[in-house]
Write a protein that binds this ligand. Structure first.
Ligand code: DX5
Ligand code: ZN
Length: 222
């Protein structure tokens, strides 16, 4: 049985205290650091870009899982590669040539992902399935942390899980938005491999306890 992996999103963390954030993420044995990159165009919010990620890179060896919520991401892939991202995920809705972006990421020896917003069907990703390392299913409208998990996205997860298992694709399924101890087991049972959690961890009074509780909530789900 595959173990559920945790990718805490630092979106709701204190960016002035990033070194301690990484220490905490190492302490809870996070499998990834989820980096939410927003351009104020593809989504109505702004965060940080490759220069800031590059400044984070020396402070942890945890893999960087970059979620690019930016229009025409093909303009900046080399910057995110240079910044030290390990997984780079772009939105299928944001680029006219996702295939070329996947190839560019792979040519640099890094992992490539595609994401879909809640209104986009997973069938739009099928033609890329044999090349992808990761698919990120949004379970909220991208742009902000702390939103409510959209239960009707669960069927997308099970649909993808069945397709991946049937064809033995190597692609991981990552779920992003509204994950907490109540929703994590639903996502996991539907077939998720990686859970992103932002506010459920960084908004909790005891972050270590909150992360432990999410991990415990999915025990035995798959
Ligand atoms: C939303 C981002 C997420 C999100 C996670 O656009 O992609 O990673 O902020 O935060 P929570 O877990 O609070 O929904
Ligand atoms: Zn994200």
């Amino acid at each position: 049985m595959a173990k559920m992996m945790l990718a805490p999103s630092i979106l709701d963390s204190d960016f002035s205290d990033i070194k301690n954030t990484f220490k905490f993420l190492e302490q809870i044995k996070a499998e990834f650091v989820h980096l939410d990159i927003m351009d104020g165009n593809f989504v109505p919010n702004l965060t940080f870009g490759p220069k800031v990620i590059k400044s984070f890179r020396p402070h942890t060896s945890l893999p960087f899982d970059a979620h690019l919520m930016i229009e025409k991401p093909e303009r900046y892939i080399s910057n995110y590669l240079d910044a030290g991202c390990d997984y780079i995920t772009i939105h299928n809705e944001a680029s006219k040539d996702c295939g070329a972006v996947i190839n560019e990421i792979h040519a640099a020896g890094k992992k490539a992902g595609l994401s879909v917003k809640p209104g986009t069907p997973v069938s739009s990703l099928f033609k890329f399935m044999d090349k992808l390392d990761l698919i990120l299913i949004m379970t909220v409208e991208p742009g902000f942390g702390g939103q409510k998990f959209m239960q009707d996205m669960l069927s997308k997860i099970s649909e993808l899980r069945a397709l991946i298992d049937k064809n033995s694709y190597k692609c991981l399924i990552e779920i992003d938005g509204g994950i907490n101890t109540a929703t994590a087991p639903l996502a996991c049972t539907a077939g998720a491999d990686i859970l992103v959690a932002g506010s459920a961890i960084f908004g909790a009074p005891d972050r270590v306890k909150a992360a432990d509780e999410i991990r415990n909530s999915v025990k035995g789900c798959r």
